[in-house]
Design a protein around this ligand. Structure first.
Ligand SMILES: [Zn+2]
Length: 317
């Protein structure tokens, strides 16, 4: 069994054009200077098309081909970072409820709320757990807040009460956002104050890898995911980044993830699963028990703790 712990709904309701324009700028910068303008715009166009799948149908087809049973879909609240560029947050929540209903049993949704929304954000988060069967919190600090900011306390109190995890983005993102809030140690204070909440450092095998491994080793409630290994900027690339992560004695803390649709233009989900599981690949070097933990067992363990009303989970599926 394989669970992809890190995906996003590829819909403009969730991922604003301005965010991907920044990514497209980065792709443009990587091209040689003599690439003709028509070719450049074709690359941008195919990038835009590759990140369009508002119903999740293409993702499910790729999951089937890759033998991925379930994917965790992370809702990001860009409303305060890109005012005027995304519809009201309620529409993003509605789109994820529709995704759960359309593909029963294939997705688990984590709610994303910018803590600066205050009381209404807290209420929306709780409603998503109790009524709509969402199963965790997704935080995106590059939007402009620290993951240990006290304004997040009511959100973490809900995570504690309902025994659901909180996933926190670590490291760089689209260049239209700031990176100063993306260091892993910014989470440490919250992880210490909420010892029963499980925190996952997204991209922890790729960015600030020493710090992330240290937190996973010494904070019982901190985990990391492998997502964005496809774009790892280290000698040996993605497979080397995964190989390093799984050699640190923290395999009970590592979760497989792909960050769909961010790397979709380069390859499909099957290729990404095979990149880590292939003979001689990074997961082939670890004991079978660890491989099972990384591909699904760790996520199952984290998710099964929840105290979400079963009825709301069944109702949403
Ligand atoms: Zn992501």
């Amino acid at each position: 069994m394989i669970i992809d712990f890190h995906t996003h709904l590829a819909s403009p309701v969730v991922l604003p054009g301005v965010f991907f324009d920044g990514w497209a700028d980065n792709i443009r910068r990587l091209l040689p200077p003599n690439v003709p303008p028509a070719h450049r715009s074709r690359i941008e166009e195919s990038f835009r098309l590759s990140v369009l799948d508002p119903d999740g149908d293409k993702l499910v087809a790729e999951m089937d081909a890759a033998a991925i049973d379930v994917a965790v879909v992370l809702l990001i609240d860009y409303g305060l970072a890109f005012p005027g560029h995304v519809p009201p947050i309620e529409e993003a929540f509605a789109a994820h409820r529709a995704l759960l209903a359309r593909h029963p049993g294939r997705f688990v949704v984590f709610a994303g709320v910018d803590p600066r929304r205050g009381r209404s954000g807290v209420e929306l988060f709780e409603r998503s757990l109790v009524e709509w069967g969402f199963r965790g919190l997704k935080l995106y600090p590059p939007c402009g807040f620290s993951p240990s900011d006290p304004m997040l306390d009511p959100f973490y109190e809900l995570c504690d009460a309902y025994r659901v995890p909180a996933l926190v983005h670590i490291g760089p993102t689209s260049p239209v956002l700031g990176y100063s809030m993306t260091a892993p140690f910014l989470l440490d204070e919250a992880a210490r104050r909420f010892p029963r909440v499980k925190f996952i450092l997204a991209h922890g095998a790729v960015s600030f890898t020493e710090e992330c491994a240290m937190l996973c080793n010494f904070r019982p409630n901190v985990f990391l995911d492998l997502s964005a290994f496809q774009g790892a900027i280290c000698p040996g690339g993605g497979p080397a980044a995964v190989r390093t992560a799984v050699s640190r004695g923290i395999n009970h803390k590592i979760l497989f993830g792909t960050d769909w649709p961010v790397f979709r233009m380069q390859a499909d989900q099957k290729t990404y699963v095979e990149a880590v599981t292939t003979e001689g690949g990074p997961l082939a070097t670890v004991p079978e028990r660890d491989r099972d933990l990384i591909l699904c067992g760790n996520v199952e363990r984290i998710l099964k703790d929840h105290r979400i009303p079963e009825a709301s989970i069944t109702r949403s599926a």
